[in-house]
Design a protein around this ligand. Structure first.
Ligand code: 5RP
Length: 251
């Protein structure tokens, strides 16, 4: 039995395709549609709470489109916590306050994209290099809403290389341990994370048991964290498809 509940929450604008009933949408159009759906979801929540909650905001191109939507209600948002310096900059640019997580307490909701999701809403993240702050904010949030286009939904995680954030002096040591776990780590050259660390992208990693692998990689000395979000998966997935944005919950 499929472990997801699926409900269409709204429809995506259709681009006319003369002589053909198929709807053609680019990945950017799908990302824009899911960003709007996330905005609607958050706006309803803000109305219910009279603006009295702090919103966690993620990183990446889908999250950027969501941030752009937030500009419409910037004055109703009490404050945000951002998962990267880049997202913080974008939020401040549109007049939305950004505060430190330590000053925020438990966040009511966190909205962020993903590189891959399975149908348990276990995610693979970190393509943008912000995985550690993303994981911290997800852990500190009551509700984690993942926003993605349909290309991100996969039967098994791991086609996308798994990012691992590493303390710089431990890079070679960690790479050797990742090889022992069956992966092919590649140093993301020229990238320094917001935390001053480096990234190893692990190719060809067999991810049969995402929770176990997440914990095993995090046990390697020198690893800050890895991009598997399996022990704290998303609570809700807004998934943009050409037929509309679907709301998916893991059972
Ligand atoms: C950044 C992330 C992003 O959520 C992930 O890379 C997806 O990005 P995009 O929305 O650009 O496809 O984990 O560290």
């Amino acid at each position: 039995m499929h472990p997801l509940e699926v409900n269409a929450v709204n429809c995506i604008d259709e681009r006319p395709d003369p002589g053909c009933e198929r709807v053609i949408m680019t990945q950017d159009e799908l990302k824009a549609a899911v960003a709007r759906a996330a905005f609607d979801y958050v706006e309803r929540l803000i109305d219910d709470h009279s603006g009295e909650f702090i919103l966690g905001v993620g990183t990446g191109s889908t999250a950027n489109l969501f941030i752009a939507e937030l500009a419409k209600i910037s004055s109703s948002i009490a404050a945000t916590v951002a998962s990267s310096e880049e997202s913080a900059r974008r939020l401040k640019e549109i007049g939305i306050p950004v505060i430190d997580l330590n000053a925020a307490g438990i966040l009511r909701i966190y909205v962020d994209g993903a590189d891959e999701t399975d149908d348990h809403l276990q995610l693979l993240k970190g393509g943008g290099g912000a995985l550690t702050r993303e994981k911290i904010i997800a852990a500190a949030s009551e509700e984690f809403v993942c926003i993605a286009d349909s290309s991100k939904l996969v039967p098994y995680l791991g086609t996308f290389p798994l990012p691992v954030e590493v303390i710089p002096m431990a890079r070679s040591h960690v790479a050797r341990q990742l090889v022992k776990l069956g992966g092919d780590p590649v140093y993301r050259e020229g990238v320094v994370t917001d935390n001053g660390n480096v990234i190893l992208d692990v190719h060809n990693m067999k991810i049969d048991e995402p929770r176990k692998l997440e914990s095993a990689i995090n046990q390697i000395t020198g690893v800050v964290t890895n991009g598997l979000f399996a022990n704290r998966p998303a609570d809700l997935l807004l998934l943009a498809t050409p037929e509309g944005v679907q709301t998916l919950r893991a059972k």
